[in-house]
Design a protein around this ligand. Structure first.
Ligand SMILES: *Cc1c(COP(=O)(O)O)cnc(C)c1O
Length: 410
């Protein structure tokens, strides 16, 4: 069948910074997607951990269309009721005393890093500007956030980059202990490194980081853009670890598919961010905030969060069974509905091949680096969709196994 727009069109008119799949999804409902030719897919990708309530959840469609008929945008020259309500919810659900709204994860982190620098300069001195971040971390794609992220390939070729940022090995208590000082203004980390391959922070490491920040008057920033809003089976991952940050960033699932990000912080931090210090034209617009407010209301339900933990067990059980058959994965790990399947050395670097095979048999998955297949489905995906999707994934695994074994036997 021919279509007015196809994958070819992408190459003609879009900047080549992405390599999208061959099919173009045109419709979604719950955990199902349909492409231009009407083929259906089970969606384990969830818009990269964004569509936490699946596609076109009826209650989100309702508040979105309601708000669309009421008020879309004002700017921050005036405040608005949906933003105030959402900020109140975030303060009630977390440690936060103040909230700043942005439109994406990177913008939320940009605000967090700027606020940390400004806090240190205002409270102490300009010498206290060091940001400590971790190897392989991902914090977004603005120049400050790629520089803070720990994957040099994302910042190389864009210099000069912002200075004063130190990268240390993740989960290495001694390295942090040795490096942190009174010149450190903040330590930023993901409770589970997402893009790096679903690598959880050791709880001891996080506790020690908190203590070291306190000893050195440095702020602890948790980037929960991927782990937040129920993804791990808790509202925010820090709540399970039992270590409270000074600043937390949240985006992705927060809007359930509508773009929004937020920075949560204590009064201590917020107090230095006076009128005019930072801002965003769209940040906190009523349309995005109204949707996010409903997302939080639905996801903070303890029954929904129990459901995430139950679904985790179902995924792990079925994935283990599939892996027993063809031994593709060296480890299957993660929390809640953020699951990483790391390929054995023999298939190193081939995660994308498996993603393409999965798509061909009707299941959408993600990768996290070259060796890890990542699953980040809707938090309310029906168990029968999990079973059907994993049945298809099992077929893709067998095909991948057979094809690549022939190669290595040859
Ligand atoms: C996705 C992500 C970001 C960047 O969010 P954008 O909305 O793409 O700017 C930052 N940090 C983490 C941990 C992420 O997973």
């Amino acid at each position: 069948m021919t279509h007015l727009f196809n994958r070819q069109t992408f190459d003609e008119v879009m900047m080549p910074n992405y390599a999208p799949g061959a099919v173009i999804p045109v419709r979604g409902e719950g955990s199902h997607l349909w492409d231009q030719d009407g083929r259906s897919y089970i969606d384990f990708a969830g818009g990269i951990a964004v569509n936490a309530l699946g596609h076109c959840h009826p209650e989100l469609v309702k508040v979105l269309t309601d708000q669309a008929k009421t008020l879309w945008h004002l700017s921050n020259v005036w405040t608005n009721e949906p933003a105030l309500k959402l900020a109140q919810q975030l303060c009630q659900l977390t440690f936060a005393e103040k909230v700043y709204f942005a439109n994406s994860g990177a913008e939320a982190n940009e605000a967090a890093l700027k606020a940390a620098r400004h806090w240190a300069i205002e409270t102490f001195s300009a010498d206290k500007h060091e940001i400590i971040a971790f190897n392989n971390a991902f914090h977004g794609r603005t120049l400050f956030t790629v520089s803070t992220g720990g994957q040099p390939k994302y910042s190389q070729g864009f210099g000069p980059t912002p200075g004063g940022i130190t990268h240390l090995p993740f989960n290495d208590i001694d390295a942090l202990d040795t490096r942190i000082s009174h010149h450190t203004c903040a330590v930023i980390m993901e409770p589970i490194q997402g893009e790096a391959g679903i690598i959880p922070a050791d709880h001891d490491f996080v506790r020690r980081a908190r203590a070291l920040c306190d000893e050195n008057d440095a702020l602890l920033i948790f980037d929960e853009i991927q782990t937040g809003v129920g993804r791990t089976g808790e509202m925010y991952a820090y709540q399970k670890i039992g270590v409270t940050p000074d600043i937390l960033t949240t985006a992705k699932a927060l809007g359930g598919g509508f773009p929004i990000g937020a920075m949560l912080c204590t009064n201590q931090v917020a107090n230095v961010m006076g009128v005019g210090t930072h801002g965003s034209t769209y940040g906190g617009n009523p349309l995005a905030c109204r949707v996010a407010s409903k997302v939080l209301e639905l996801i903070s339900d303890p029954l929904l969060l129990d459901g995430v933990r139950e679904r985790h067990l179902l995924f792990m059980d079925l994935l283990d069974q599939l892996n027993e058959r063809c031994h593709l994965f060296h480890q299957i790990r993660g929390e809640g509905l953020l699951i990483g399947c790391e390929l054995r050395n023999r298939w190193k670097g081939k995660a994308r091949d498996l993603l393409v095979k999965a798509q061909d048999v009707g299941v959408m998955v993600l990768i996290a680096g070259p060796n890890v297949v990542r699953l980040a489905p809707s938090l309310i995906i029906p168990p029968e969709d999990i079973e059907e999707g994993l049945k298809r994934f099992g077929i893709a695994m067998s095909q991948f196994h057979d094809e690549h074994s022939e190669e290595s036997d040859a």
